[in-house]
Write a protein that binds this ligand. Structure first.
Ligand code: FUB
Length: 449
């Protein structure tokens, strides 16, 4: 029975939609996201953190399988289900629970999924090697190769196919971050691995998770780095060829402000915009080995260097006005009188709420699509122990007032509908402000016809 379930999952029959800003997946933990553009969509291949069923990993990373997610608008994500599981990889310890950061690349119509895993009869550490699973579609079914790639002891594989067709693989191994050529069959190394020399030395802090990409003839060697003996920041070097030499350039993202020890990322261009995919422990504030993936926009300077990315909750993508708008994933908030909290601290997967408790406290949520003038009411799911008034504007703080909302005194969540005094069109930045005294908790707002 177990085998049959695995088969169904690997052929991608189980797809479900999940909707979110940051973090982008809200029904399971996800980490180490590698994003790739295949068939006109973004596919994200993350690790799949789970609370450990085995005693020795209760306070460590624990993963038994991989899912893949896809999206055309970076807002609505489809979960294609399990693509590879520790139960169906011939060389992997089926009790290892250590399927760490993966990557996937397309070559000649085949999709090659690279993943680090513990070789049978070992756990983590020296026993991790890189395996490959091959598919005809980005979402599988993936067939794992019988053996790992020889010479790839370590973790966090990442791949690059250069403009001349030569493929490369990079990983974190003994002595530092390594790179090597891949053979044309994508299943074995075609050169001796080399340690990328120009990066900070091992005694200057741990490095892992290399992600290499090319833009305008420059090669970017990016990696998480424990630079300041705290948590991982994201750093990068640049060079003129895939294996270097590289020159250290700086940092892409600072250390976590809340102490999530790892970060792990990928960088991808989609429809003319570059994005940073990374992770944080949004859904598991007390245990940073259960992580959740995020996206923010990334920009380059004219000389090709990368502008630092400030993590946001709003993330990227356009939110349809007729869907539940989770304003707790804000673009901007007032400096006082606003707080974001879990709806239920015992079940973080229920998400967050926005608490306003001061006159003029506000939340701004950017890029909401109203379409063309059909949405004439707003529904607010809120609770208030005092009763409270809200003003809703489009166009930000000094924009157009579109609704004045009287939230009734009601300690329970309740949905109330209000007419709009101005009917917005197109893409607007929403501004929601408390008007007067009292306190109100808002789960979501939605515009309706
Ligand atoms: O997910 C397990 C490990 O944590 C990854 O392989 C590292 O890059 C770090 O994110």
């Amino acid at each position: 029975m177990k085998k049959r379930i695995t088969l169904l999952l690997t052929v991608g029959l189980l797809s479900s939609a999940v909707f979110a800003q940051n973090p982008i997946i809200r029904d399971q933990f996800t980490a180490d996201p590698t994003a790739r553009v295949f068939e006109g969509k973004v596919y994200v291949y993350p690790s799949h953190d789970i609370p450990s069923p085995v005693e020795h990993l209760k306070t460590w990373f624990c993963m038994a399988d991989y899912h893949v997610f896809s999206s055309e608008n970076l807002t609505d994500w489809t979960d294609h289900g399990v693509i590879v599981s520790q139960d169906n990889i011939p060389w992997v310890n089926p009790e290892g629970y250590s399927l760490w950061a993966p990557d996937c690349i397309e070559r000649n119509g085949k999709y090659y999924f690279y993943f680090p895993a513990p070789v049978k009869d070992t756990l983590v550490g020296r026993g991790m090697m890189t395996g490959v699973a091959v598919a005809d579609k980005p979402y599988g079914p993936f067939v794992p190769q019988p053996e790992p790639i020889k010479g790839t002891y370590g973790i966090d594989p990442c791949t690059l196919i250069d403009k001349d067709g030569q493929a490369y693989i990079y990983w974190a191994g003994f002595g530092g971050l390594l790179g090597a050529k891949l053979a044309d069959n994508m299943l074995e190394l075609a050169s001796e691995p080399v340690i990328i020399q120009e990066l900070p030395a091992p005694d200057k802090g741990m490095k892992e998770g290399p992600f290499v990409f090319e833009r305008n003839g420059k090669y970017y060697f990016t990696f998480p780095w424990v630079k300041n003996n705290t948590t991982e920041l994201l750093a990068y070097a640049m060079g003129d060829s895939p294996l270097g030499p590289f020159e250290m350039k700086g940092e892409i993202m600072d250390e976590s402000s809340t102490g999530c020890w790892t970060n792990h990322h990928s960088i991808v261009e989609y429809k003319g915009q570059w994005y940073l995919f990374y992770h944080h422990n949004d859904l598991s504030p007390k245990f940073d080995k259960n992580r959740s993936i995020r996206i923010d926009s990334l920009r380059f300077n004219p000389d090709g260097t990368i502008q630092k990315v400030i993590p946001t909750l709003r993330g990227v993508g356009i939110t349809d006005a007729y869907k539940e708008i989770q304003i707790d994933r804000y673009s901007k908030i007032s400096s006082t009188g606003v707080r974001i909290d879990y709806i239920d601290t015992t079940d973080t997967f229920k998400g967050w709420k926005t608490i306003l408790n001061e006159n003029s406290a506000y939340v701004q949520y950017n890029s909401v699509n109203f379409g063309n003038d059909k949405l004439k009411t707003v529904k607010v799911n809120a609770s208030s122990s005092t009763g409270a008034k809200l003003q809703i504007h489009t166009g930000g703080q000094n924009g157009t007032l579109i609704a004045e909302v009287n939230i009734p005194k009601n300690a329970q969540w309740s949905e109330t509908i209000y007419n709009l005094s101005n009917v917005p069109t197109g893409i607007q930045d929403l501004f929601i402000m408390q008007d007067g005294a009292g306190a109100v908790e808002i789960d979501w707002i939605r515009f309706e016809q």
